[in-house]
Structures are given as structure tokens and as C-alpha cells.
Design a protein around this ligand. Structure first.
Ligand code: PLP
Length: 294
């Protein structure tokens, strides 16, 4: 097995999700698979870490063997017509390297949600090794979906407004040649603001001026939905983008659809009572509303 992705492989296009397992079903691989199913897209899953968590927090986690993870990814992309890989929690430097090796020759879309901390503020990186994560995973990504704290951490900068968000994104697009687009989710901004703005920042001409790429900026502003039930929002948003992108092949369309899907999902989940803490999104209430992909 050499991990080479043959994009001409017959059969329907599918997504492969690579991320951590949340046994309470709210975040990680479980949230990804529910999202893909609701959006009518087939997916496989490779687990990077087992977490011990529920709606009240993440209590511990254990990264799995990096070689085993690498072999699983290669095994799936050598068989199924994987057009999109979605990556969430990686968990250790070794796992970053295993993923990087498995995807070395993969030519499809790699949508990376750079999970660093949970919304209950527990670290989700074993050794905090951002450099290895960037070298092995970010360097192979085509689309990055950070929230504001993640964008700040990846660029070692403070973000105090629109200009800073654009500058930080342009900086990353300049440093990572495969990156085509960055979606910055605004939900972690000032919680007193009644509006949230999400950004899609796209490289205009790939490789035109890599030291300071020209970008197209798209913004979507929408009312903040006040809810405790937002556990798994980041995983779900990146997965929705991957699924909509598989269906349309278009960044702006997939961005617009995933923002709208998240608003509907947050709204429908708000009245659920699941667990004692930050309740999960209720993907199951969205079934049958979103159409399917063959
Ligand atoms: N656990 C896993 C496995 C995750 O991938 C994530 C986020 O991506 C989390 C927990 C944290 O989710 P949240 O920040 O929505 O609580």
C-alpha cells in the first residue's frame, strides 16, 4: 500500500474523516459521520484518539498508534474513491506524521479543522506541538477551518478585528502553498455581539505571488443563536463544508450552504435536553431535510 490516491477510481465520490472519538456522540468522528449522513454523502472514518468525555468536558484522551492510523488511511484511499479527506483532532506529533505520510500523494481535497482545545477549555493536543501539526497536516491541506482562537494560535498573533483576521489568513496562505481557502468561524468572538461574522478567504491565483497572495474575501453575518447546545459545532461545520463541497465543487457555494446548515442545526438543537453540560447538536433532527448525493 503506498497511499496513492487514484482520483479516477470508479464509484461515487466519498469522504474520509480522520479524527478523535467522542463516546458521548457530540463531537469528533461521531459528529462528522452524522453530518455526512444527514447531507447524503458516504464516508469512512479513521480514529486518531480515544477521548474520555461527555457533555460536561473532556477528562482524558489517548492517541492511537501512528502506524496503524497511517495504514488505515492508505487502506481506505486505495480502495474507495475518496475525493475529500476531513481532519479534526490529531492528538500527538506521531499521529501528525502518520497522517502526513499517508496523504503524501493524495491529490484530493483535505479539509483541516485545527482542533486545539475543547469549548470546555481542555487541551486536545498531547504535546502542544503546533510545528509538527503544521508541517505534516496543514502543509497537505487545501482548506483550513479555524475558529478565532485557533487562527490566533496558528499565526502566533492577537486578533482584534476584521483587518487582523484577513492579515493572519493571508499570512497562512503565503506559508502553505497547497492551502486554497481559509474559513474563519466567528462564533468565539465577543459573546455580547448579537451578530456573528464567518469569513471565507480564498487565494485568487494559486502560486501567483506566494509571499503575499491576493485573496477574495467573502463574509456571512448572521444573528447569534443563544444556546448551551453547541458541543461539536466546529467538527460539524468543517464536515458540512466538506460534504457541500463534494456535492457542488464550489468553495463559495459550500461556504454559504454550510453557514446556513449550521444556523438551522443550532436552532433545531436549542430545545434539546441531552446530558448535564453543553448539549450536543441534534443532527438526527435534520434527517431528510438536505437532499442526497448519489
Ligand atoms: N472531542 C473531539 C474528538 C473533538 O474533535 C472536538 C472538537 O473538534 C472536541 C472534543 C471539542 O468539541 P467542542 O469544542 O465542540 O466541545
Amino acid at each position: 500500500m503506498n497511499g496513492k490516491a487514484d482520483m479516477k477510481r470508479p464509484g461515487s465520490k466519498v469522504i474520509l474523516s480522520i479524527g478523535g472519538s467522542d463516546p458521548s456522540g457530540g463531537a469528533g468522528i461521531q459528529a462528522d459521520l452524522k453530518t455526512f449522513t444527514v447531507l447524503g454523502v458516504y464516508s469512512g472514518a479513521v480514529v486518531t484518539c480515544i477521548t474520555v468525555q461527555n457533555t460536561t468536558g473532556v477528562f482524558s484522551f489517548q492517541p492511537l498508534d501512528a502506524v496503524l492510523i497511517q495504514k488505515q488511511i492508505e487502506c481506505v484511499i486505495n480502495d474507495l474513491a475518496v475525493s475529500h479527506v476531513k481532519i479534526g483532532m490529531v492528538g500527538s506529533a506521531e499521529v501528525s506524521r502518520g497522517i502526513g505520510m499517508a496523504l503524501a500523494e493524495f491529490q484530493g481535497e483535505v479539509i483541516f479543522d485545527p482542533v486545539l482545545r475543547s469549548s470546555t477549555d481542555q487541551s486536545l493536543t498531547a504535546d502542544g506541538n503546533l510545528h509538527t501539526l503544521c508541517e505534516n497536516v496543514l502543509a497537505r491541506s487545501t482548506v483550513l477551518t479555524p475558529n478565532l482562537p485557533e487562527l490566533a494560535a496558528l499565526t502566533a498573533s492577537e486578533l482584534s478585528g476584521h483587518e487582523d483576521i484577513i492579515r493572519a489568513s493571508v499570512h497562512l496562505l503565503g506559508n502553505f502553498q497547497r492551502l486554497r481557502a481559509i474559513i474563519v468561524k466567528g462564533g468565539h468572538g465577543d459573546s455580547k455581539e448579537s451578530q456573528i461574522t464567518d469569513y471565507l478567504i480564498c487565494r485568487k491565483a494559486p502560486g501567483a505571488d506566494d509571499s503575499f497572495p491576493n485573496v477574495d474575501i467573502h463574509q456571512q453575518s448572521h444573528p447569534r443563536i443563544h444556546t448551551r447546545n453547541d458541543h461539536g459545532t466546529g467538527c460539524t461545520f468543517a464536515s458540512a463544508f466538506a460534504a457541500f463541497h463534494l456535492r457542488s465543487g464550489d468553495d463559495t457555494e459550500a461556504f454559504r450552504q454550510s453557514v446556513s446548515f449550521m444556523n438551522d442545526l443550532l436552532a433545531i438543537s436549542a430545545s434539546c435536553t441531552l446530558g448535564h453540560g453543553k448539549g450536543p447538536l441534534a443532527h438526527h433532527l435534520m434527517t431528510g431535510r438536505q437532499g442526497t448525493h448519489p
